[in-house]
Ligand binder design. Structure first.
Ligand code: PEP
Ligand code: MG
Length: 755
C-alpha cells in the first residue's frame, strides 16, 4: 500500500494541471482498492457547493456539471465533520441524497474522506461499491493518508492549470490570487524572472528560445559528451563490475542512442522551447510513462531516465553559463529566494520578490524591507517553473500574488500605488525633524544594515547611526573567508559613512538560514544548532580575525561598538570578552593606535531573558533581537511558511519577555535597544516606547514611519496603551487594539494601505 500511495502522490505532484492530477487519482485509487467507483468532489467556496471534478466509474458527462449544495448529502456530511465516513449501505443513511445525473443508482458501499489543507476542507475523495461493503480499516487509512498528502498537490496543480489558462492580458484570470505571507510592504507590478538551483531538472523554468538552431547544437554537444562520458565509465569499471551491473550503462546508452529522447527534445526546441526547458519536458514525459507501470523493475527505469536528464542538464549548464537578463521592474521568483539571489539583481531593475518558502523574518525579506522592495513570502502553491516572463502584481501588505492579472485588478492596484506614493510624500516631510515624543522624550532611531552592500545617503543622514550591521553578507557572496585586510576596509567604510555617529558591528552570525558556501554546516535543526557565537567560539581564528579587523577599522574614527549574537550562557560572554581583549592587546603590541570599543550582547534566546542581570553586568549595552527571540520563545521556525501564522512578535509572551529584559537591564543602568524587525513596526514601536526603550534600530524603509508615530504619541500615552495590552491574552487582541490606537491618531495608513 505504501508504495502505491507514494506512486500516486508522486504522479500527482508532477501533473501539469488539476484535471490531469484528479483523473490520475481516481483511476489509480479505484484500482488500488479494487472498487467500482472513485470520484473527487471539490468545494467551490464562492458558489457554496461541491462539484464533481473527476470520476472513474460514474458518468463522465457529469464531471463539472453535478454540483451539490454545501450541506447536502453524504458529501456535505463528510465536509461538515471533516472526518471519514464509511457506510456499507449508503442509501439507508438519513443524509443520503440521490443524484440522478451521475448514474449512481445502484451503489451501496460508500467511503468518503475529506481533503484538508490548512484546516480547510477543500473537497472529498469518495469510493463507492455496487454491493454493500464496509471498507476495511486499512482501506480507510490508505484513503485518509492519501487525501492528507494530496491537498497540497491539488492546490498546486490548480494554480499551475490556472496559469496555463491565463492569457497575457489576464482576461481569463479574473481576480484570483495566490496567497503567501507579507514579506515587505508595498505593491509591485512587473515581469517575472525565475531563479532556480542548478543541476535540478524540476527547477528548470519554462522559457522560450532566442535561437533554436544554436540550442539544438548545444543539446547535441551535451548528448555527445554524456555518451562518451558513460562509455568511459563503462570501460573503466569493466574489470570490477559484474556484467549485470554494467548492463545499466548499456540501458542508459541505449536510451541516449535511441531516437525518441533526442528527436523529441530537438522538436520541442524547434517549436520554440529553450533547450533546458525542452529537455526537462521530454525527460518528464518519458519518465512518467514508466512511473505508472505496475512492474517494480520497469518503474525503476523512470529514475534512470531522470538521471540521464540530469547528466545532460549538467553539461548544458556548464556550456551556457547563465548571464541573466533582468528587465525593468523585475519580479524575482523562486522556490527559496535568498539574500544573495536578491543582491545579484541590479538595484534599479528589481521591483519585487516572491518566494515559495520563507517568511517575513527570513533574511531576504529583511533585506527587501531595507531596500524598500515589496516581497511576498511562503507562497506554497507557487508554480515556480511556470512563472517565467509572466506579468504579476504582488501585494506585500496582504501577501497576495496576482499572475497575469485582470484589468480590474490592475486598476485597483494602480490606485493603491498612488496612495503609497502620497504616503511616502507625507513621510518625506519628516526628514530632518527630531524623533521626539509630544512630551519631549527623544527616541534614537538607528539603521539596520549590512545585508545591503551600499548605503544610501538618505538613510545615513536620517538615522542616529547603525544599530545593527549584519556582517554576514560580505562573507556570503564570496568563495572563501575574507582576509583581515578586506574585512577592515569594509568595516572602515561603514564607520566612515556614519562617523561620528555610533556604528554597531555584529560579529559573524552564520548558520541557521545563513550558510556560507565554503563552510558547509549540514544539520537537521540548523536554528538550534551550530550558529552565530557558537561557531565563533569553536573557531577562534575566524572570530579573532574579524575582531582585529573591526578594531583596526575604528582607528581614527572611534565610533565602533561590537555586538555578540545568539548568547545563551554567561560563560560564552566571558570567553568572548577575553578573546576581544586579546585581539585588542595584540593590536596595541603591534603598534596600532586602537581603543577598546564598547561591547554588547543580543538577547535572542529565552535563556538570556532569564539571566539578563548576570549578562547586563558583563557588557556595555543590550540589544534585543526580536526576530530570533520570537522564534525561540514561540518555537516557530522563522522561515517555515507552514507555521508562519504562529510567528508573531506581538504575542503576549514576547511582550512580557521584553519587559523583563528592560527591567533587568535597568538595575545595572544598562541601555536597552531593540534591533529586530519589531522595532520598525509602527504599532510595536509605540509599545516599546511605553516600556521605556529609547533606542530602536530598523530597516531604512521603516525609519520615517516610526518617526511619525514617535512624534504623534506622548510617552505617557504609550505607557497607558502598553498597560492595557499587557493584560491581553492573545496577539489578535493586541493587534486590533493597537490598530485602533493608530487609527485614532490618523496613522492607520502606516500599517494598512488605503487607511
Ligand atoms: C534578530 O534576531 O532579531 C536579529 C536582529 O538578527 P537576525 O535577524 O540577523 O537574526
Ligand atoms: Mg538574530
Amino acid at each position: 500500500m505504501l508504495e502505491t500511495l507514494h506512486r500516486i502522490v508522486q504522479a500527482v505532484n508532477a501533473a501539469p494541471d488539476l484535471d490531469t492530477a484528479l483523473n490520475l487519482i481516481v483511476k489509480q485509487v479505484k484500482q488500488a482498492i479494487n472498487t467500482d467507483v472513485c470520484s473527487v468532489y471539490l468545494t467551490d467556496f464562492e458558489q457554496r457547493s461541491h462539484v464533481l471534478q473527476a470520476t472513474e466509474g460514474l458518468r463522465e458527462e457529469a464531471v463539472g456539471k453535478v454540483s451539490l449544495p454545501l450541506h447536502r448529502g453524504l458529501i456535505g456530511l463528510v465536509c461538515e465533520r471533516a472526518e471519514p465516513l464509511n457506510l456499507d449501505d449508503a442509501p439507508s443513511h438519513p443524509r443520503y441524497h440521490f443524484v440522478n445525473e451521475t448514474g449512481e443508482t445502484s451503489y451501496h458501499g460508500f467511503l468518503g474522506v475529506p481533503i484538508i489543507q490548512n484546516r480547510r476542507v477543500l473537497g472529498v475523495l469518495v469510493v463507492r461499491h455496487r454491493e454493500p461493503r464496509q471498507y476495511e480499516d486499512t482501506e480507510v487509512t490508505f484513503l485518509f493518508t492519501l487525501a492528507a498528502q494530496l491537498a497540497g498537490a491539488i492546490t498546486h496543480a490548480k494554480a499551475s492549470g490556472e496559469l496555463n489558462g491565463a492569457g497575457e492580458t489576464g482576461a481569463q484570470a479574473p481576480t484570483r490570487f495566490l496567497q503567501g505571507r507579507p514579506g515587505a510592504t508595498g505593491v509591485a507590478m512587473g515581469k517575472v524572472v525565475v531563479i532556480y538551483s542548478r543541476a535540478d531538472l524540476d527547477a528548470v523554468p519554462d522559457r522560450v528560445t532566442d535561437n533554436p538552431e544554436e540550442d539544438v547544437a548545444l543539446f547535441r554537444g551535451a548528448v555527445d559528451r554524456v555518451e562518451s562520458n558513460l562509455r568511459d565509465l563503462q570501460s573503466k569499471l569493466s574489470d570490477d563490475l559484474p556484467a549485470e551491473d554494467r548492463a545499466l550503462f548499456d540501458a542508459l546508452l541505449l536510451m541516449l542512442g535511441g531516437d525518441t529522447l533526442v528527436t523529441e527534445t530537438i522538436e520541442r526546441i524547434r517549436q520554440g522551447e529553450w533547450v533546458q526547458t525542452a529537455l526537462h519536458h521530454t525527460i518528464e514525459s518519458h519518465a512518467r510513462v514508466f512511473d505508472e507501470m505496475d512492474d517494480v523493475y520497469l518503474r525503476e527505469r523512470a529514475s534512470d531516465i531522470r538521471d540521464l536528464g540530469r547528466r545532460i542538464l549538467t553539461y548544458l549548464q556548464s556550456e551556457t553559463p547563465q548571464e541573466e537578463v533582468y528587465p525593468d521592474n523585475t519580479i524575482l521568483v523562486g522556490e527559496d529566494v535568498s539574500a544573495v539571489d536578491m543582491a545579484e539583481v541590479p538595484s534599479d531593475k528589481i521591483a519585487g520578490i516572491i518566494s515559495a518558502s520563507g517568511s517575513s523574518s527570513s533574511h531576504v525579506a529583511i533585506l527587501a524591507r531595507g531596500m524598500g522592495i515589496p516581497a511576498v513570502m511562503g507562497v506554497t502553491d507557487l508554480p515556480v517553473g511556470r512563472m517565467e516572463g509572466r506579468e504579476v502584481i504582488l501585494d506585500g501588505y496582504r501577501g497576495r500574488v496576482y499572475v497575469s492579472p485582470a484589468p480590474s485588478v490592475r486598476t485597483e492596484y494602480e490606485r493603491l500605488a498612488q496612495e503609497e506614493k502620497r504616503l511616502s510624500e507625507e513621510l518625506e516631510a519628516l526628514r530632518g525633524e527630531d524623533s521626539e515624543t509630544t512630551d519631549g522624550v527623544a527616541v534614537s532611531l538607528f539603521l539596520n544594515t549590512g545585508l545591503v552592500s551600499e548605503m544610501s545617503s538618505f538613510s545615513a543622514d536620517e538615522s542616529g547611526g547603525v544599530g545593527l550591521y549584519r556582517t554576514e553578507l560580505p562573507f556570503m557572496v564570496r568563495d572563501s573567508f575574507p582576509t583581515e585586510e578586506e574585512q577592515k576596509n569594509n568595516y572602515a567604510n561603514v564607520l566612515a559613512t556614519f562617523h561620528p555617529r555610533p556604528v554597531t558591528l555584529r560579529t559573524l552570525d552564520i548558520g541557521g538560514d545563513k550558510p556560507l558556501p565554503y563552510f558547509p554546516v549540514d544539520e537537521s535543526n540548523p536554528f538550534l544548532g551550530w550558529r552565530g557565537i557558537r561557531i565563533s567560539l569553536d573557531h577562534p581564528e575566524i572570530f579573532l580575525t574579524q575582531i582585529r579587523a573591526m578594531i583596526r577599522a575604528a582607528e581614527g574614527y572611534r565610533n565602533l561598538q561590537i555586538m555578540l549574537p545568539m548568547i545563551s550562557t554567561v560563560t560564552e560572554v566571558d570567553e568572548l570578552m577575553s578573546l576581544i581583549h586579546r585581539a585588542h592587546d595584540e593590536l596595541l603590541d603591534e603598534d596600532y593606535s586602537v581603543t577598546m570599543p564598547p561591547v554588547g550582547i543580543m538577547v535572542e534566546v529565552p535563556a538570556a531573558v532569564y539571566q539578563i542581570e548576570a549578562l547586563a553586568r558583563r557588557v556595555d549595552f543590550i540589544s534585543v533581537g526580536t526576530n530570533d527571540l520570537t522564534q525561540y520563545l514561540l518555537a516557530v521556525d522563522r522561515n517555515n511558511p507552514r507555521v508562519a501564522e504562529l510567528y508573531d512578535d506581538l504575542h503576549p509572551a514576547v511582550l512580557k519577555a521584553l519587559m523583563q529584559v528592560v527591567e533587568g537591564a535597568k538595575a545595572y543602568n544598562q541601555p536597552v535597544s531593540v534591533c529586530g524587525e519589531m522595532a520598525g513596526n509602527p504599532m510595536a514601536a509605540v509599545l516599546l516606547l511605553g516600556m521605556g526603550v529609547e533606542s530602536l534600530s530598523m530597516s531604512s524603509g521603516s525609519l520615517l514611519k516610526v518617526k511619525w508615530v514617535i512624534r504623534s504619541f506622548s510617552r505617557s500615552r504609550a505607557s497607558q496603551l502598553l498597560k492595557a495590552v499587557l493584560r491581553m491574552e492573545n496577539s489578535e487582541q493586541v493587534r486590533s487594539y493597537m490598530e485602533n490606537a493608530l487609527d485614532e491618531m490618523g496613522l492607520g495608513g502606516l500599517v494598512r494601505p488605503g487607511k
